[in-house]
Design a protein around this ligand. Structure first.
Ligand code: ATP
Ligand code: MG
Length: 363
């Protein structure tokens, strides 16, 4: 018996040494009646309890009421009965503060002198792994939706071309007869052009593009993006005010990527704004020959603690957000030798300033 205890102590020391510094795994032993005999200290960083609080308790104490409780009981029972190593399984145990923690568990029977005298197991905290898996599924879903939407845009453009063609024919005949419908025709024509522009723009954005740096007018890029947001801003009665101090400001850019930045920023401002809010988009040339683009909203703003997290991948406060918008925008602006700064005050609004190098065009 004494020898046995020394052996067990040695094994436990080895495990503790192995697990030292790991706050994702704990090791435990319990007897056939489920009373814990040993739990490694790392349990406290995973489930909030110190080993002393649990020793002498039954393992059922940690069950959380989750459907996986049944799996835990059955797997443990089978390992005790059969004396075999069981496959790993997933379970949700109860943290001291009440929430569930998802663990992956590997249990083997403790066999002494040919008899099963208990269960020993490893439990690995897989919360982080699960979060990453969920995000992967979510981004996969988003890209699928994007592909579907691009397909729809493509299908819309075909009938649109026929409508435009027939409309042109109709218009030619009518104007010969009377000018009565001239006013309506011009409205229909501008609206058709607008649908066409939006659909083409959408198709262009959703297609994977070869990288191409071009010289482009920054205000034209902004105008197309604002146009794309027309329906969303209208729905919330949000007004987008444009103030372009200088015209014809050219930048060397991958225009698709800059559009992506402006879409991300405008979307964030629209999400943050209340009904009837205002968003201001301004452009001006700086004294040192750069272009300063500014997006300003009067929305909910960002608390100080959260401001520090902005730009970290997957940081989001939205139920349907991926938390990638700001991070991607930072990267794109940096790739364009620019600088982006976000300042915000809670309940007051948010301002995003972007500085990009200008391209001088000789005239
Ligand atoms: N203009 C803004 N006003 C208020 N909060 C903002 C603003 N811009 C960003 N935020 C905050 O920063 C978080 C991260 O923004 P980010 O654009 O990276 O991700 P997201 O908008 O949540 O998701 P998505 O990946 O769909 O853009 C947002 O969830 C929001 O809490
Ligand atoms: Mg966003």
């Amino acid at each position: 018996m004494r020898n046995n205890e020394v052996e067990v102590k040695e094994v436990i020391d080895q495990f503790e040494f192995l697990l030292r510094g790991s706050d994702h795994v704990f090791f435990y032993i319990h007897d056939p009646d489920h009373y814990w005999e040993y739990i490694s200290p790392s349990i406290s960083s995973i489930l909030g309890y110190s080993p002393d609080e649990l020793l002498g308790q039954k393992f059922e104490f940690l069950l959380s009421g989750d459907p996986t409780d049944k799996v835990v009981k059955e797997m443990t029972k089978a390992a005790l009965l059969k004396g075999n190593q069981m496959p790993t399984y997933k379970a949700v145990l109860r943290h001291k503060s009440g929430h569930g923690v998802e663990l992956e568990i590997l249990e083997t029977p403790v066999i002494r002198k040919g008899k099963v005298t208990g269960i020993q197991g490893f439990a690995i905290d897989i919360t982080e792994q699960r979060r990453v898996e969920d995000l992967l599924v979510k981004s996969e879903k988003l890209s699928l939706i994007g592909q579907l939407a691009a397909g729809v845009a493509h299908e819309v453009r075909n009938p649109l071309t026929s409508i435009k063609g027939f409309f042109q024919l109709m218009k030619d005949e009518f104007t010969e007869e009377s000018n009565k419908f001239e006013k309506y025709f011009s409205v229909i024509e501008t609206e058709l052009d607008r649908i066409n522009l939006i659909v083409s723009e959408f198709l262009f954005l959703s297609k994977p593009q070869a990288k191409k740096m071009e010289i482009k007018d920054i205000c034209e890029i902004l105008d197309t993006v604002i146009l794309l947001f027309h329906t969303q801003t209208n729905m919330k009665s949000i007004k987008v005010w444009r103030h372009y101090k200088n015209n014809h400001l050219s930048v060397l850019c991958e225009q698709n990527q800059l559009k992506q930045v402006f879409i991300n920023l405008l979307k964030n401002s629209v999400d943050a704004s209340d009904e009837g809010g205002n968003i201001y988009v301004s452009v001006e040339k700086t004294e040192d020959d750069k272009v300063h683009i500014c997006f300003q909203d009067e929305g909910c703003g960002i608390p100080k603690e959260a401001l520090a997290k902005l730009g970290e991948p997957f940081y989001t406060t939205k139920a349907d957000g991926t938390g990638l918008g700001v991070m991607i925008s930072y990267k794109i602006i940096k790739d364009h030798q620019g600088v982006i700064t976000i300042s915000s005050e809670e309940n007051m609004g948010t301002t995003v300033d972007i500085i990009l190098p200008l391209v001088k065009i000789e005239t």
